[in-house]
Design a binder for this molecule. Structure first.
Ligand code: BEZ
Ligand code: FE
Length: 289
């Protein structure tokens, strides 16, 4: 590249950056000038062609067209680019052994039904029964009583209840820890499923040879007024998708043993149920608010 060309490109970046000089909001100025610098650096580094620019505009337009109250293609794009996970990582600074956060995903719904400790969140969602238990503690290891846990997951066919064609609520609920900080409930053994891939983000994954599959997981949102809210999930040790999760959500500390039990094995709540079942333990440590 000639020095004349480099100067023209440099000058354009600086002119655009200076256009934000009068922005009264210092943080907005920082966000916009940083964005401009990085976008221009990208365009210059890859020597973006005008045709590629038009393809990108068309891609974003298609993301906009498919997005509505139920489908958010821009968040999905952020997820598959690892931007959601990077934002979560930046904003949930490591605090001792506090449990790590991961992506929320599009299938959380406020206002889930409450289930008592030991209750079954599955409803009529198909899947193998799974007993889940653990203790919620603070950063000093003291039990946190009355923490609210929201739990939600896909059924064994890979569907969340919000993807059913009726309004059934299944495989989601909330519950509270007892005075010892303990919680326990029945759910279903997590199985792998694809993120929504019938839109532009799915086309992008196909074009680059990436799978839309998520590693098997069970979502948690844990809230207590004295503690930092925790959005996370647990993953199934041995799942072959752990290294290729479509949204980069897997963290080693969140991979748990899901012990398999033969039919007829008595359950932790002293019952004998039809068929096989599994069992997982997830002890949660909350960072201070
Ligand atoms: C989920 O785990 O529910 C999810 C996360 C990111 C994108 C799509 C789904
Ligand atoms: Fe999920």
């Amino acid at each position: 590249m000639t020095s004349e060309q480099r100067t023209r490109e440099d000058e354009l970046v600086e002119r655009v950056v200076r256009s934000f000089d009068a922005c009264p909001d210092a943080r907005l100025r920082e966000l916009m000038t940083g964005l401009v610098r990085h976008l221009h650096a990208y365009v210059r580094e890859v020597r973006l062609t005008e045709r590629e620019w038009a393809t990108a505009i068309d891609f974003l337009t298609r993301c906009g067209h498919i997005t509505d109250n139920r489908r958010q293609e821009f968040i999905l794009l952020s997820d598959v680019l690892g931007v959601s996970m990077q934002t979560i990582t930046v904003n949930n600074e490591a605090h001792g052994d506090a449990t790590e956060a991961t992506v929320q995903g599009p299938f959380f719904v406020e206002g889930s039904p409450e289930t008592p400790l030991g209750g079954d969140i599955a409803g009529d969602a198909p899947g193998e029964p799974c007993w889940v238990e653990g203790t919620v503690t603070d950063a000093d290891g003291k039990p946190v009583a009355g923490a609210r846990l929201e739990v939600w997951e896909a059924d064994e066919d890979g569907h969340y209840d919000v993807q059913y064609d009726d309004d059934r609520v299944a495989a989601r609920a909330h519950l509270h820890t007892n005075d010892d900080g303990r919680y326990f409930f029945w759910a279903i053994t997590p199985t792998p499923y694809p993120i929504p891939h019938d839109g532009p983000v799915g086309d992008l994954l196909a074009a680059v040879g990436r799978s839309p599959m998520r590693a098997s997981h069970l979502h948690f949102l844990v809230r207590h007024p004295d503690h930092r809210p925790l959005i996370t999930h647990i993953f199934v040790r041995g799942d072959e998708l752990l290294d290729s999760d479509a949204v980069f959500g897997v963290k080693d500390s969140l991979v748990k043993d899901f012990e398999q039990h033969a039919a007829g094995t008595p359950t932790p709540d002293g019952r004998v149920i039809d068929g096989t079942w599994s069992q997982a333990r997830f002890d949660i440590m909350l960072a201070p608010a």
